[in-house]
Design a protein around this ligand. Structure first.
Ligand SMILES: Nc1nc2c(ncn2[C@@H]2O[C@H](COP(=O)(O)OP(=O)(O)OP(=O)(O)O)[C@@H](O)[C@H]2O)c(=O)[nH]1
Ligand SMILES: [Mg+2]
Length: 180
């Protein structure tokens, strides 16, 4: 801990820390989104498919985020549940142009919502209907219909259309998350 950090924590000014889980199928854009949320000097140019998971930290004016960027590949999806307990918020990313796998995304979401470590908690879930720039993309309203989001009654949730490459829609989502 640096001197200033020490001083601010002594003074009770330490930023509230939040653990966020970033989930969704492989290739949906999770790592691209997390990368865009970092300060520009910390962003990387080449994003590769995540192996297992990676931990990223970044701060906004009021919160200090620790993000678990999980791999969405089928063989790694069983890792997700080990982090549910410590997660205080979830970012669930959907490739809005991948109509074929929308049903797989919905199944993974249902499994998540029914997990004992998630089911009875009012954990906020932010959905990014990502890749809005692609011609094949369906609207965020359509994504929320396909994933039956209206049936989530016991948790605060919000969906944002996003283009992670340009960074569009991301701030709106983070602003919502900070309010919860
Ligand atoms: N056109 C477009 N491409 C995107 C967008 N977001 C991400 N991509 C591309 O989608 C591909 C996958 O992005 P990643 O961020 O690696 O996806 P991921 O969800 O982290 O994938 P895994 O780590 O395998 O689970 C990359 O080639 C990105 O450049 C977007 O909004 N629009
Ligand atoms: Mg990734």
């Amino acid at each position: 801990m640096g001197l200033l950090d020490k001083l601010s924590s002594l003074l009770g000014l330490k930023k509230k820390e939040v653990h966020v889980l970033c989930l969704g199928l492989d290739n949906s854009g999770k790592t691209t989104i997390i990368n865009k949320l970092k300060p520009s000097h910390a962003q990387t140019q080449d994003i590769v498919p995540t192996i297992g998971f990676s931990i990223e930290k970044f701060k906004t004016s009021s919160l200090s985020f620790t993000v678990f960027d999980m791999s969405g590949q089928g063989r790694y999806r069983n890792l997700w549940e080990h982090y549910y307990k410590e997660g205080q918020a979830i970012i669930f990313v959907i490739d809005s142009s991948d109509k074929l796998r929308m049903v797989v995304a919905r199944e993974e979401l249902e499994t998540l919502l029914n997990h004992p470590d998630i089911k009875h908690r009012r954990i906020p879930i932010l959905f990014f209907a990502n890749k809005m720039d692609l011609r094949d993309a369906v609207t965020s309203v359509k994504v929320s219909q396909l994933l039956c989001l209206e049936s989530i009654k016991d948790k605060p949730w919000h969906i944002c259309a996003s283009d992670a490459i340009k960074g569009e829609g991301l701030q709106e989502g983070v602003d919502w998350l900070q309010g919860h």
